[in-house]
Design a protein around this ligand. Structure first.
Ligand code: ATP
Length: 431
């Protein structure tokens, strides 16, 4: 069978022709003198008909579900068949045999329940054979492509930042220590310091996409110990509002790309997104009797309630909360000159969860040092970072984005782990 392979979604272009298909055997049905197989490749499903007269007929008896085969057959229009097309199989060879018992089913029987998530994640490669699960990563691919196209068109430079650091990137908490030859190293909790260094290097606009590590013992549906972060940082901004405007355009480009390629029903947001200061958000929440745990921060319940507010008051799935108090923001967030208790910062919520944090950064060394000391950070521990601001650094700001959370909410998945190829959490280090 050395003929060129045809993908299942291209079969309508080959009616009446002989084709070679390759894929997984998703179902086998015997109906007296005829056998039916459902074959699945990366583009879709097709029914194969195996007649008694064909060389394939006897071989089907030895075939196991989910084996990988190469089939030669003839494409036919068949109204009864799913998709209106079937392939009359002449012969097939087994390229990869599956053991007779699968650890989890690929097809959930009608009325049946999906295998529970932790078992599915144990058998992730079989779980991902389900087209709807594989689709999650097509969507992520297109989202990232739209976002990258946006960065390229705006003249951003891509940087790759290291994961090993000689000191924790933000604070002592939530950091993984690793043995590094004779020393200790720490896994980066964010590329924050390195992308700010790029501003001091004069690169003006940078983005990076890479792994981020958090040693937080969280058992929520939105936290993992390792996740992919997207970050950008831009120079010569007037305020954090310039950062938010850039972020809105970036998200718009990503969502548009997803809509036009893989998810026609996706709601593409309109920009600008609604913006509330923390004080305004708290007032709106109080008016709805949503309890406030802390005056300076939002609880998950408040974030969810802000989704109702963004939908009802602004017809938006997205909402910015700006002006976080100093106590809940890191030392490097710039503060208002006339209101030093408040930072020029924001979070972006999408359907009730935080997907982005951003801010204008403090680039004036004397103020930065003062703010670090106030937060109890010994200047020696961040001396390398502080040096970025010693020899001229433009005003700048940027964001840290969690694409897993965006995909989770875009598809209304129950957890960020379902939107992650191989999630890592407190309990899970494999596969
Ligand atoms: P949260 O308050 O939800 O714990 P954070 O304030 O710690 O998040 P940042 O440090 O600002 O988050 O990280 C930037 C973005 O990275 C977040 O807006 C979120 O989308 C994503 N993110 C943060 N922590 C995690 C995590 N543990 N797992 C998955 N994504 C995360």
């Amino acid at each position: 069978m050395s003929k060129q392979r045809t993908y299942i979604n291209k079969l309508p272009e080959h009616i009446g022709q002989s084709v070679v298909l390759k894929g997984f055997v998703q179902a086998i049905r015997n109906q007296g003198g005829i056998k039916f197989l459902i074959l699945r490749d990366v583009t879709g499903l097709v029914q194969l008909v195996v007649l008694k007269s064909s060389a394939a007929f006897e071989k089907v008896s030895g075939l196991t579900l989910e084996s990988v085969i190469e089939v030669i057959g003839t494409v036919k229009e068949e109204k009864q068949a799913p998709g209106g097309i079937e392939v009359a199989a002449d012969d097939f060879v087994v390229l990869g045999e599956a053991a007779p018992e699968l650890p989890i089913p690929v097809v959930v029987e009608k009325g049946g329940e999906e295998t529970e998530v932790s078992k599915r994640l144990d058998w992730r490669f079989i779980d991902l054979r389900k087209p709807e699960k594989a689709q999650i990563f097509r969507i992520w691919t297109e989202l990232e492509r739209g976002v990258r196209d946006f960065f390229y068109s705006r003249g951003f430079t891509q940087i790759y930042t290291p994961s090993f650091m000689d000191a924790p990137s933000e604070s002592g908490a939530e950091v993984f220590e690793v043995a590094y030859f004779e020393k200790k190293a720490y896994l980066a909790q964010s590329p924050q310091f390195y992308k700010q260094m790029a501003m001091a290097a004069g690169l003006e606009k940078v983005f990076t996409m890479g792994p981020v590590y958090r040693a937080e013992p969280s058992f929520t549906t939105r936290h993992m110990t390792e996740f992919t972060g997207w970050d950008f940082e831009i120079s010569y901004i007037e305020s954090h509002f310039d950062v938010m405007a850039e972020l809105e355009q970036m998200l718009l480009a990503g969502f548009e790309r997803v809509k036009t390629t893989v998810l026609p029903d996706l709601k593409v947001p309109t920009v600008p997104f609604p913006k509330l200061t923390m004080l305004e958000a708290k007032a709106k929440l109080a008016a709805r009797n949503v309890p406030s745990e802390k005056p300076s921060d939002l609880s998950p319940e408040e974030e969810r309630a802000l989704y109702d507010i963004s939908k009802e008051d602004y017809n938006s799935d997205f909402i910015f909360v700006t002006d976080y108090p100093v106590e809940v923001r890191p030392f490097y967030h710039m503060r208002y000159e006339d209101n030093p208790g408040i930072t020029k910062s924001f979070d972006l919520l999408y359907k009730g969860i935080e997907i982005v944090t951003g801010a204008q950064r403090e680039h004036r060394l004397d103020i930065l040092e003062k703010q670090a000391l106030e937060k109890g950070m010994p200047l020696e521990s961040i001396s390398s970072y502080l040096s970025f601001f010693k020899y001229g650094c433009p005003p700048h700001g940027g964001v840290g984005i969690g694409p897993g959370r965006i995909v989770m909410k875009m598809l209304d998945l129950p957890s960020v782990k379902e939107a992650t190829y191989l999630p890592r959490d407190v309990k899970r280090l494999s596969p």
